[in-house]
Structure formats: C-alpha cells, structure tokens
Design a protein around this ligand. Structure first.
Ligand code: B12
Length: 205
C-alpha cells in the first residue's frame, strides 16, 4: 500500500515501518508530500460524508506517526535561512492538525518556526512579537466563531505599536482571502504548501 493510502486508511500501526523503508530511496520532503496527500484524501472523504470524524482522527494520527520519523530528517535538507515565523491557533480554538502541517512545511522550507500551540490568546502573540521579533505571525482558526479572534490579535498588535514590524498570515477552513483583507491581514493561504509560497513572496524572496 502507498504511503498516502496508509494515511488515508488510518493504518497507524503500519506507517512507521513503511516510512523507514521509504526513506532508503525517497527524499524526506517527497515522503512528507505523500503523507499530506493521504490526509487530503481522507479530508475529501470526510467532506463527501464517506468518512466520520473518527476516521479523520485515525488518518490524522497516522499522519502524525509518519511525520515523527520524517521531521528530524527534514532538517538534513534544510536550505538557507528564510526568516522567522511564529504560528498559533487562536484563543478558544483547539484544532491543530492543519496548523501543524503548516509548521512542518515551513520547517522543511528553511524557516525558523516557533509554534505557540492551540488556544493562544492575543497577549501571547503580542508578547512574542515584542520580544522575539519574528518576520511573520501566522494565525490559524477552524471555527467561524474563533476566526473573529484573528482580528483581535491584529488590533492588539496595533495597540502596542507592533503592527508595522510583522507580516500577518491567516488560514484555516473557514478563512478566505476576502476575510483576510477585511480584518487587515497581509495574506491568506488555503493550504500548507501555498502558505510557504505566499510567505516567501511576503518577504520578497
Ligand atoms: C478533526 C476535527 C476536530 C478535532 C480536532 C483535533 C485536532 N487536534 O486538531 C476535534 C474532534 C477535537 C474537534 C473539535 C471540535 N470541532 Co472540529 N473538526 C475537525 C474536522 C473534522 C477536520 C479539521 C482538520 O483537521 N482538517 C484537516 C486539515 C489538514 O485541514 P485544515 O485544518 O483546514 O488546515 C489546512 C488549511 O486550512 C491551512 N491552514 C490551517 N491553518 C493555517 C494557518 C495559516 C497561517 C495558513 C496560511 C494556512 C492554514 O493549511 C492546512 C493544511 O493544508 C473539521 C471539518 C473540516 N472539514 O474542516 C471539524 C470542524 C472544524 N469542527 C467543528 C466543530 C463545531 C467542532 C467542535 C465545536 C465540536 C464540539 N461541539 O465540541 C469542537 C471545537 C473545540 C474547540 N474549542 O476548538 C466544525 C466547525 C463549524 C464552524 N462553522 O465553526 C467543523 C467544520 C465540522 C462541522 N462540519 O461541523 N474537531
């Protein structure tokens, strides 16, 4: 069974061996893409009603197990330093599967990444920008209620005179380009691969 299929079908006990085997002749970044593909296929099945949440969770768990082995290897292919990004899921929201994918892709692309985790309040973002001076702040939200919190983070940065120091990217299933513009974010990306491309553009690279 292919790596993507193993993730799609949630074969959590087989993924580790399969990834170790694949590493013998496939580049870590290619394996990452295959694992992401599997998660996307599971997501499609979820959308069409073929998969339930439990199937989606199983696929996500399988993805995570596979990535545990890949992550240290991605360091080997790190290119030159691209910039520093801090990411977090906004306050009130505990969804992190998508955000973690974004984190992984940024790490693989050569960014210094700080992951603040889930349910992150705006003060924590403000504090981080003040002290650690990242180039980009990435905000994730999966709920229509918590996506409004993104605007709160932007307003808090403004109130602390920090807005001009960072670029702000937003993402997550309910977020759109239009929403991003309406709250004054610098950009939006629909998925983890695009997120890296958009970030490079934002930083003029
Ligand atoms: C898995 C899941 C859960 C898991 C989360 C596990 C985890 N560790 O993340 C659990 C079971 C815990 C959960 C809980 C809840 N969930 Co939920 N969940 C989902 C589900 C099925 C999949 C989300 C997912 O992981 N997708 C796969 C990833 C890969 O995609 P993604 O997150 O969109 O991320 C990609 C892009 O959006 C983008 N991206 C993401 N973040 C960022 C950030 C940046 C900066 C950028 C650039 C890009 C980017 O890149 C990612 C990778 O390509 C969705 C359904 C759906 N279709 O989205 C519901 C869903 C989001 N959940 C929903 C709900 C209602 C809830 C609960 C409130 C349920 C409840 N009553 O308790 C709670 C909320 C708890 C809370 N306070 O947050 C609703 C939201 C409805 C709404 N309109 O707001 C959804 C849409 C399901 C539904 N159809 O009703 N959930």
């Amino acid at each position: 069974m292919s790596l993507s299929k193993l993730v799609e079908e949630g074969e959590v006990y087989s993924i580790e061996d399969a990834v170790i085997k694949a590493l013998k002749n496939i580049e870590p970044i290619k394996i990452t893409e295959e694992l992401i593909d599997g998660l996307r296929m599971a997501g499609d099945k979820f959308k069409s009603g073929e998969y339930f949440v439990v199937d989606m969770m199983q696929a996500a768990e399988t993805f995570k197990e596979g990535m545990k082995i890949i992550k240290p290897k991605l360091g080997d292919v790190k290119k030159d330093y691209k910039g520093k990004i801090v990411l977090g899921t906004v306050q009130g929201d505990i969804h992190d599967i998508g955000k973690n994918l974004v984190v992984t892709m940024f790490e693989g692309a050569g960014f210094e990444v700080v992951d603040l985790g889930i349910d992150v309040n705006k003060d924590k973002f403000v504090e981080f920008v003040k002290n650690d001076k990242p180039d980009i702040v990435g905000l994730s939200a999966l709920l229509t209620t918590t996506m409004l919190e993104m605007e709160g983070v932007i307003e808090a940065l403004k109130a602390n005179n920090l807005r001009g120091q960072v670029k702000i990217m937003v993402g997550g299933a309910p977020v759109s380009e239009r929403f991003a513009k309406s709250i004054g974010a610098d950009s939006y990306a629909p998925n983890a691969t695009e997120a890296v491309n958009v970030a490079l553009k934002l930083l003029g690279k």
